[in-house]
Design a binder for this molecule. Sequence first.
Ligand SMILES: [Ca+2]
Length: 301
Amino acid sequence: MIGEVIEFADVEAALVTHLKARLAARGVSAKVSTRRATNDVRLVRITRVGGHRAHIIEDRPMVTFEAWDKTDVDASELAKVVRAEVQALDNTLVGSAYLSWFAEVAGPSYFPHPETSLARYQHTQQLAVIGTSFETGQPQPQPEVSTIEVMAVTASAQNAPGEIASNLADANPDTKWLAFASSGWACYQLASPGKAVKYSLTSANDGPERDPKNFQLEGSADGQTWTTLDTQTGIDFPSRFATKTFTVSSPAAYTYYRLNITAVHSGNIVQLADWDLNDGTTGENKVTPMVTVVGSCPISG
Ligand SMILES: [Ca+2]
């Protein structure tokens, strides 16, 4: 008898597919490829440079992203967009691969191409890739995704109509919640009690000074009496669209979760792109926010 054979997707090909789509969605035109043709000027080149298998179903490739263009400024801007998109990867299904960003190995550095005089910025990111079994009849590994279902979202304040609290629960870093205050809270009412073992926050598109710095995660059965589940202070997000994940040391099932942000980095605006609760199960993501109401937590009706 042999052990189960796990096959990992070609991470370079998956990243090419993903970044092509994301750059197009942002209106950024650039060739994305694993190779550079001699006449290419504006290009994102993707190369796996190392990494290892972390455990039986997870690979941790290190991937270098080169942004090429005529000028330093253009190459630098392209590198920033690519870096943000890669760092936003979180259990994203691309072809047969589930891609997540894991860590930054090396931030952007200037690395002009000696033979063409083209400008080039490069950075190296470590990803986590969930593998799939190709043995017939074997259960396919599934990514860790939450089955917690958010039924209603409330907040201390929001910037309607565009920057509302339900944007926290849509698993889309391009949408954000914003409130004109130096602190604030958002509350999720779940469809049924859920046990969050982890939670994650994703920074928004701009204004790093508005990122949550000090905050608590709280749980409640009735929306009245709250238990502090986790406290974080001095949190820095490394970039825009970056996801930071925190562990709940004593998880229990609650119907209400509240993210209580007590400080931002500076200024009088708080904003956040996504707030996810994860119960550690595997399967399909069922996060389906339905309604946002500004006011006390819980809401009625
Ligand atoms: Ca969002």
